[in-house]
Design a protein around this ligand. Structure first.
Ligand SMILES: Cc1cc2nc3c(=O)[nH]c(=O)nc-3n(C[C@H](O)[C@H](O)[C@H](O)COP(=O)(O)OP(=O)(O)OC[C@H]3O[C@@H](n4cnc5c(N)ncnc54)[C@H](O)[C@@H]3O)c2cc1C
Length: 284
């Protein structure tokens, strides 16, 4: 299928973007990398009259350390994150996750902000920022507000973004001393959306894990943490007995939705496999 006809404005400033958003309301869509939007237009899942191309806005680009945070601009591409020395040093979880996103051609164009704003429950970045306790920076004509990742993802393709806002950046706490991070996922073929995935991090001190964060993708209508399992793991050595307890807790805690090819039991099994692999890696 082909997309319906639409106009495109290449915005030169944020005030112009906000002005166009106000004038056109639901008839307009922001265009970042276009790697999701253009496909949905071609499938006629939406028919906006106007695309507001934000790619010329330099203030939405770039990766920088600011105090104790790594700030990643919304227009930063998946490939730029994958190749960034700052990301590798301060948020290795993101560097590990990036190669799992689609294929190189898509990673060269698709953006961090586009993926977070789209909030596909099977996407890698939403689970990563949830595991990292990151903060989303939202801008509108009236200013800036910050929303914790745990409050940003509100359901299937649904976020805390208001109609007059765009996602400007994401702020990620820098890797702490003794902190380890691990990303893994299970997909039918490399580059496919994952059936299930896990972004995990923990402190590893004196042979014990603490402050364990487990954020799963591909299971429910949004990325989900497993707080009861995380609490069970806190301050303990990950021996076989603990892994068995953690698996029982995780299976009881997760409420996966089936998809076209995998039922809830399969997803629960894959989540347990991913968790045990991650805990071994975090404590290796
Ligand atoms: C074949 C294929 C395979 C893929 N596989 C994966 C995969 O395995 N994992 C994965 O995570 N993704 C995958 N993707 C999606 C890809 O990662 C997209 O790049 C990403 O989801 C959207 O980013 P984008 O910059 O292309 O956004 P766009 O397509 O330009 O926009 C997506 C949506 O977000 C909105 N938007 C964009 N930027 C902002 C912003 N700054 N503020 C507010 N709203 C904004 C747009 O209006 C639109 O509604 C795949 C895509 C394709 C085509």
């Amino acid at each position: 299928m082909k997309a319906p006809s639409f106009d495109v404005v290449r915005a030169a400033s944020l005030p112009q973007v906000f002005d166009l958003m106000r004038q056109h309301g639901d008839g307009a869509r922001l265009l970042a990398g276009g790697q999701t939007l253009m496909a949905t237009l071609n499938m006629r899942l939406s028919e906006p009259a106007l695309l507001i191309d934000i790619n010329a806005l330099a203030e939405l680009r770039g990766i920088a350390v600011a105090g104790k945070l790594l700030r990643i601009g919304a227009l930063t591409t998946h490939t730029e994150i994958e190749a960034s020395a700052l990301v590798a040093q301060h948020a290795p979880l993101l560097a590990q996750a990036a190669p799992h996103i689609a294929h190189r051609a898509i990673r060269n164009l698709g953006t961090f902000g586009g993926s977070l704003a789209y909030a596909d429950p099977a996407a890698e970045w939403p689970a990563c920022v949830l595991a990292l306790d990151a903060t989303l920076v939202l801008r509108s004509a009236t200013g800036e507000r910050k929303v914790a990742a745990r409050d940003f993802f509100q359901g299937l393709y649904t976020t805390a973004l208001r109609p007059d806002e765009l996602l400007a950046a994401c702020e990620v706490p820098l890797l702490a001393p003794d902190e380890r991070q691990s990303f893994d996922e299970l997909a039918r073929r490399h580059g496919d959306y994952a059936i299930a995935g896990l972004a995990a991090r923990a402190l590893w001190r004196g042979g014990k894990l603490s402050d364990v964060k487990l954020a799963f993708l591909g299971l429910e209508d949004r990325p989900v943490r497993a707080p009861r399992t995380e609490a069970l793991l806190h301050g303990k050595a990950p021996d076989d007995a603990l892994l068995a307890d953690a698996e029982r807790a995780l299976r009881a805690e997760l409420q996966p939705m089936g998809d076209l090819t995998n039922g809830p039991d399969t997803k629960r099994q894959l989540a347990a496999v991913l968790m045990k692999r991650a805990l071994r890696r975090l404590s290796a």
